[in-house]
Design a protein around this ligand. Sequence first.
Ligand code: C5P
Length: 404
Amino acid sequence: MVFADRRILLGVSGGIAAYKAAELARRLVSGGAKVKVVMTRSAQEFVTPLTFQVLTGEKVATTMFGPGSEPLEHVALGQEADAIVLAPATANLLGKMASGLGDDLLTTILLAANKPILVCPAMNCEMWANPAVQENAARLQDRGLTVLTPEAGELACGAVGYGRLPEVETILEALARLISPQDLAGRRILVTAGPTHEDLDPVRFLTNRSSGKQGYALAKVARRRGAQVYLISGPSNLPAPYGVERLMVRSAREMLDAVLARFSQTEALLMAAAVGDYHPTCCDEHKIKRGPVELTAHLTQNPDILRTLAPLKKKQVVVGFAAETRDLEAAARKKLQDKGLDLIVANEVNRVDSGFAVDTNEVTIIGKKKLLVHLPLLSKEEVADKVLDQVSALLPPVGKGKSA
Ligand code: C5P
C-alpha cells in the first residue's frame, strides 16, 4: 500500500473544484495516509473545514493568526509531511507561489516546505491559457515542482476547454510517484499484458480469461518507480496507467511484431500477457453460419514470443509468467530454462482469489541460481513491486550494458 502511514499535506485553494478535494482526501485516508488539510480563506467559501476534518480525523489548518492557529505551523506542516499536494491550485495560488509570496498560511507553508510538491491546477480555460498563468506554471515546474496539466472538458462555468481538476486517480498516481523510491529512473521497461484475440470470423474469436490486471499493475508500478514504460496490451478495458505509453494489439502475431519493434531499446521485458498458443488456421471473411451439428476448426500454433526473442537477447532482463493449474514449480522452472528467461513469476490459476481477473495474486518468483521467493496473497500492485525488486537487482548499473 503505497500511502500506508505516509503523511500527506493537502492544500486546498478557492476554486469550485475544491469540492473534489474532499474525495481526494477520502481516497488518501482509505489508502492508509495520514492527511492534514490546509485551506485558504476562499476555499472555505466553497467547502467547510468540517468536511475535511470529518474525512481526515484531523483539525484543518486555516489561519496563521488568532484563535485556532498554532504557533510555527507555517514552518512545521510543510516539513513534517512526506509530500504536499495542492488540489485545486487556483491561478492566484500559482501566481503567489511563482513570485515567492507568503501572505497566508498555505503560501507561507509552501515557502518553508522541503518536501516534494504536486500542483494540480483547476480554473476557467481562458484563465489557464493566460500567458501569465502559463509562465507561472512553467516557473514552478522549472523549480522542481510537479505541475499537472488540467484536463479538458466542460467546466463549472459552462465553458469547454483545458481547466478541469485532473481525475482523482491521476492525482493519486502522480503523488504515489513523488513518495516512491526512484530506483528505476532512466530505465526503459517493456511490459505486455492481457489476453490475445485470435479471430475465427469477423465476429468470433478464441481468447482466454486474462484481464490484464497484473500486467497493468507492473506497468503502473514501474512508472511510479521512475521507469519509462511502454505497455503492449491485448484487448482490455483497463485505462492506460498514468504516464505509461500504451499500444493496443489484438492477436499473438501482432503482439510479437510490437515486442520485436521495441525489444532492442529495452532494458527489461516483463511478459505478463497471456498469449494465445493457437489461432484458427483460416479466418473466415464472412460470419460462419449455423450449419452442421459438429463443426471442426483447424488451429495453427502461434509463435512463442519469448522463444523468438531468446537469440536476440543482449543485456535485457527478461521475465516470463507461468499460469499453471498443477505442478507449479517444476513447470515454471522448465519454462525458465526453455525460454531463456532471467526470472519467471509462477501462479496457480485455479483459485478464486489468485490469477485471472481478480485484484489479488499469490505468486512464486523463480530465478537462476536457486532464487525462489514464495509470496503470500497480495494485491497485484504489491506483487508488481516484489517482481520489480528482483528485476532492479538484476539490472546493470544505469548507463552500463544498455542494449543497442
Ligand atoms: O508456455 P506458456 O504460455 O505457459 O508460457 C507463459 C509465458 O510465455 C508468459 O510470459 C507468456 O507471456 C509467454 N508466451 C509467449 N508467447 C506465446 C505464449 C506465451 O511469449 N505464444
